[in-house]
Design a protein around this ligand. Structure first.
Ligand code: GDP
Ligand code: MG
Length: 203
């Protein structure tokens, strides 16, 4: 649930990039950070957890508008993907307002994507949140690897495997080239804002 900072007249929203280890979450945020400097108000902060990097930063998008006369500040987080870091992952999800699920398009990562999606649903449930109703955007990442001749799932296969029930907006992307990265984030921000405005008293 977003936090209202009355002193600064800001609403703080939390967006979490979720997905299996090595799917490209950190690369997503690095791209956003590099290419949207003008939107950012603070430095990107990296927290080194053992063997993985969890990063977050926050920013105030210029065109987000206001909610109840307050500016909207978004905080973007990634989670460590490896199975053993579930306590950190759970902690990062605390108070989440919107999620970007980054799926790895490589065929060999299919099982890892499934496990991570299930883990997301479970961890959300732990906070009384429902993956079916929370603002959620799916990203099919690493599409550039097709050009390298690596076996990728088709978009249809990914939609069927991960998005059949959720029916979330989805984007083909490459965090490496930047394809689809800003569109993914923008869709998540729009959904999150819409959902916050809908909540009682926030219209
Ligand atoms: N070719 C390609 N490599 C990617 C892409 N996204 C991430 N990577 C690479 O995949 C590896 C893991 O990425 P990282 O962002 O650290 O994954 P994370 O564990 O989800 O944070 C790194 O070597 C990245 O350079 C992509 O879209 N295309
Ligand atoms: Mg990472």
């Amino acid at each position: 649930m977003a936090i209202i900072n009355l002193k600064k007249r800001e609403v703080e929203c939390k967006i979490v990039y979720y997905g299996p280890g090595r799917c490209g979450k950190t690369t997503n945020l690095e791209y956003v950070f590099r290419n949207s400097r003008r939107l950012m108000t603070d430095e990107m902060v990296s927290i080194k957890t053992k063997g993985d990097l969890t990063i977050f930063f926050d920013f105030v998008p210029m065109d987000a508008g206001k909610i109840k006369g307050c500016d909207v500040r978004f905080q973007l987080y990634t989670v460590p993907g490896q199975v053993k870091y579930n306590s950190t992952r759970k902690l990062v999800l605390k108070g989440v307002d919107g999620v970007v699920f980054v799926a790895d398009s490589l065929k060999i990562r299919h099982e890892k994507n499934i496990l991570s999606l299930k883990n997301l649903a479970e961890n959300l449930k732990g906070y009384g949140l429902n993956i079916m109703t929370l603002p959620l955007v799916m990203q099919w990442n690493k599409r550039d690897l097709a050009a390298e001749g690596l076996p990728l799932m088709t978009i249809e296969e990914m939609e069927h495997a991960y998005n059949r029930q959720l029916k979330a907006p989805s984007f083909q992307a490459s965090a490496m080239t930047g394809q689809g990265i800003n569109d993914t984030l923008k869709a998540c921000l729009v959904q999150t804002l819409r959902s916050l405005r809908k909540q009682a008293g926030w219209e």
